[in-house]
Design a protein around this ligand. Structure first.
Ligand code: ARG
Length: 459
């Protein structure tokens, strides 16, 4: 039975019904809808719309329904009701008859759906926060395992300066920490309860909305009924959190795909996150990482779709808002799955330290050290930069590294060079020199790892 038939002389066209119904996707709000309804029943008892006996009966039936829904959520999706709110009401009528029809007093599906959805977002955010923490811990563990490994650092995908492999790891821990705090921040902002806002103007019953909100675990009640029913900032914020985090996961995937390539050979991904080719027996493809990179586009799509949907909506509720769900219902589990998968990939990474070291030593990645050496000898940096450029050209023409050039060759370019230039060019010296906060020296990276581990213990 529809919730609104009285004013209509005919029912909806089948095509319109299918177009309008949201149950095929908002069945996912079943638990939240029932939990919100239990709280609303309590509020109605307090304002004497329900007797204590009626309240007890309704709550018992709602709890029974909750168990049924938990046991078989898919069954809800196919009941044929218009939406989850209609479904729950119809199921309740089956259990307690006309009494169920009192539950919607003073409530609208507009404040109801806004409440259900925020409850869903809260649960989902908590799952995501747990998954991000676990991924961070996995990356920190890899950083600890590989503390001595040297990797070429890149800019423009050209070898630039050597860095510790663990420094690379800890860069992603930084990003994930921001993802975590962004999500906590969004949660703190959306954890307010619109129930009791009515359709748009507020409810005509003297409901204690703060108590109602707190009973549902919200920080408090929303303060303006028009805004309460029509605000979907929280959906946009969550999709933005998801999109930014997916950028990080995608960039990490891209780095690892490159490191795992035959050309680089820096790492080997484990068998359990790679797949083979149906034709080429030698292949071991980084599918998990490619899928993380690929799914990133899907999450961005949901984010921009939501912004487009909301941008010109007049206050207050409009049916356009029903479009808020499918994108989020797809994007959040996608994000969660990508975090889990990234963790599985990181867990099995085997680093080939000889290859990373050899690559870090190539590409004249110690040229900056040479410029700094000249600075220490009193040569202005810009001049030193030019001198080193000439030396790099010389090394390239002879097919040599900078440390393979003879002192005579150095002196032929500038006579400030002495024997003490060679220790400066050693790769360990390049790493060791980066002692300032945030640099790639062992001391700084060890400190970052320690701090990350300390935070893990606190949370
Ligand atoms: N299914 C709707 C949604 O998801 C909620 C119902 C509001 N319907 C209405 N006619 N005001 O937004």
């Amino acid at each position: 039975m529809a919730l609104w038939g009285g004013r209509f002389s005919t029912g909806p066209d089948e095509a319109f019904k299918q177009f309008n119904d949201s149950l095929p996707f908002d069945y996912q709000l079943a638990e939240q809808d029932i939990i919100g309804s239990v709280a609303w029943a309590g509020a109605l008892e307090q304002v004497n719309v329900l007797s204590s006996d009626e309240h007890t009966k309704l709550v018992a039936a709602l709890n029974e329904l909750l168990e049924e829904v938990k046991a078989d959520p898919q069954a809800v999706a196919t009941s044929g009701a218009e939406d989850i709110h209609s479904h729950v009401e119809a199921a309740l009528i089956e259990k307690v008859g006309d009494l169920a029809k009192k539950l919607h007093t003073g409530r609208s599906r507009n404040d109801q759906v806004a409440t259900d959805f925020r409850l869903w977002c809260r649960d989902t955010a908590d799952h995501l926060l747990g998954a991000i923490a676990a991924l961070k811990a996995e990356i920190v563990a890899l950083a600890e395992r590989e503390l001595g490994t040297i990797l070429p650092g890149y800019t423009h995908l050209q070898r630039a300066q050597p860095v510790l492999f663990s420094h690379w790891c800890m860069a992603y821990v930084e990003m994930l920490e921001r993802d975590e705090s962004r999500l906590q921040d969004a949660k703190a902002r959306f954890n307010f309860c619109p129930l009791g806002s009515g359709a748009l103007a507020g409810t005509a019953y003297p409901i204690d909305r703060q108590a109602l909100a707190q009973g549902l675990g919200f920080t408090g009640a929303t303060k303006n009924s028009l805004d309460g029913v029509s605000d979907r900032d929280f959906v946009v914020e969550l999709l933005s959190c998801a999109s930014i985090s997916m950028i990080h996961l995608s960039r990490m995937s891209e780095d690892l795909i490159f490191y795992n390539s035959g050309e680089a050979g820096f790492i080997e991904l484990a068998d359990n996150v790679t797949s083979g080719s149906s034709l080429m027996p030698q292949k071991k493809n980084p599918d998990a990482l490619e899928l993380i990179r690929g799914k990133t586009g899907r999450v961005f799509g949901a984010f921009s779709a939501m912004m487009m949907t909301l941008k010109a909506l007049p206050l207050a509720y409009n049916k356009d808002m029903q479009e808020d769900k499918e994108g989020l219902f797809d994007a959040m589990p996608t994000w969660l799955a990508c975090i889990h998968m990234a963790q599985a990939c990181i867990k099995g990474v085997k680093v080939n330290g000889d290859k990373t070291l050899a690559a870090a030593k190539g590409g004249h990645a110690n040229a900056t050290e040479l410029a700094d050496y000249l600075v220490a000898k009193g040569v202005p940096f810009r001049e030193g930069h030019h001198i080193v450029g000439v030396l790099v050209q010389l090394a390239i023409s002879e097919g040599k590294t900078l440390e393979e050039l003879s002192l005579e060759q150095y002196k032929s370019v500038n006579d400030v060079f002495e024997d003490d230039v060679y220790p400066v060019l050693e790769i360990d010296a390049c790493i060791k020199a980066r002692q300032a906060l945030g640099g790639t020296s062992i001391e700084q990276v060890t400190k970052a790892v320690k701090e990350a581990k300390k935070k893990q213990q606190i949370t």
